[in-house]
Design a protein around this ligand. Structure first.
Ligand SMILES: [Zn+2]
Length: 66
């Protein structure tokens, strides 16, 4: 297990489940962002992921029927 990962949004250290879910965005940023040309390396905990999903007007979550 990798350690030292923290949630970029709330600053909390990622626990086992957060790492397991791995809400990570790592990519080079292109045009259209103020961070144009930079590298983004974003980690999120489950709580922050849920909050971000809730804030979306169009949900990125596809519900899978159980
Ligand atoms: Zn968080």
């Amino acid at each position: 297990m990798q350690d030292g990962k923290i949630c970029n949004r709330c600053g909390r250290e990622l626990d086992f489940w957060d790492v397991q879910e791995d809400f990570t965005i790592h990519r080079h940023i292109g045009y259209g962002s103020v961070h144009d040309g930079d590298i983004v390396n974003l980690h999120l905990c489950c709580d922050c992921f849920d909050k971000i999903v809730d804030e979306c007007k169009v949900s990125p979550v596809e519900e899978v029927g159980v």
